[in-house]
Design a protein around this ligand. Structure first.
Ligand SMILES: [Zn+2]
Length: 47
C-alpha cells in the first residue's frame, strides 16, 4: 500500500487502488477522481 498525494486537490490517494493514474512527463501520477486527472492532463503532457 502506497499513499501518494493527488497534485490537483491534495487528497491522499492509494497508488495501488486508484483507477485514476497516468504517466506525465515520464512520471507516474495518481489522482482521486477522473476530474482531477482531467485537470492535470490539461496542463501536463502525457508521456
Ligand atoms: Zn483529487
Amino acid at each position: 500500500m502506497a499513499q501518494v498525494k493527488d497534485p490537483i486537490c491534495g487528497m491522499t490517494v492509494d497508488s495501488e487502488r486508484t483507477a485514476f493514474k497516468g504517466s506525465y512527463d515520464g512520471q507516474m501520477v495518481y489522482f482521486c477522481s477522473a476530474s482531477c486527472q482531467k485537470r492535470y492532463a490539461a496542463t501536463h503532457k502525457s508521456a
